[in-house]
Design a protein around this ligand. Sequence first.
Ligand SMILES: Cc1cc2nc3c(=O)[nH]c(=O)nc-3n(C[C@H](O)[C@H](O)[C@H](O)COP(=O)(O)O)c2cc1C
Length: 207
Amino acid sequence: MKVDPGTLDWKDAYKLLIGSVLPRPIAFVSTVDRDGHCNLAPFSFFTGICANPMMVCFAPMIRGTDGKKKDTLSNIEATKQFVINIVGEKIAAKMNDCAIEYPPEVDEFVQTGLTKIPCEFVKPPRVKECDVHLECTLHEIVTFGDHPGAGSLVIGRVVYLHVLDELFENGKINSEKLRPIGRMAGQTYTRAVSDTFELERKKQPGK
Ligand SMILES: Cc1cc2nc3c(=O)[nH]c(=O)nc-3n(C[C@H](O)[C@H](O)[C@H](O)COP(=O)(O)O)c2cc1C
């Protein structure tokens, strides 16, 4: 099969994209609006960019149901701050419940019973049930249209990082204890630590 994605309906193009780029880590993003209402939603178009400065990015698409911006994006545009909470297997179901398209004033923390804890530098709360939190300030939003199927890349600078003490070992995060999950296509997820293997990183001979 060979195809120019521009010739496809966006939903068909989306299926090919999420079937190609996987498994994807999940940014569980907490934000607040100008009035302080909290919002929490998962985004699997998510990755790190670089370590110094520590930069991350994720991509909220335009909502397919009504063609509007997702609450997360509107809140970040308004307040320039967000928190990426890293999703462990233990809260997978609650994370999924936060993907329900509630109106902006509905607080997904309250809906799911997840616990808010304060950040050091940014206003959005962290999710207590997550073991790693990245406090971020907005660097830039790159927008690729405003129609269903389009989306934006939100680039953030990590201004503070929290790792649960039990997971922090010799300067590293113990992924066996973190038990992160990844998103595959559709409604399928993968356990990131159940089937791992090692490959030694090689150097150019003689160097
Ligand atoms: C695991 C998972 C990953 C998701 N990843 C994305 C994503 O990368 N981009 C996106 O636009 N929506 C994604 N969604 C859907 C959003 O979470 C959903 O539209 C949510 O209602 C957005 O909430 P908000 O309007 O409060 O920001 C994902 C949903 C799930 C369950």
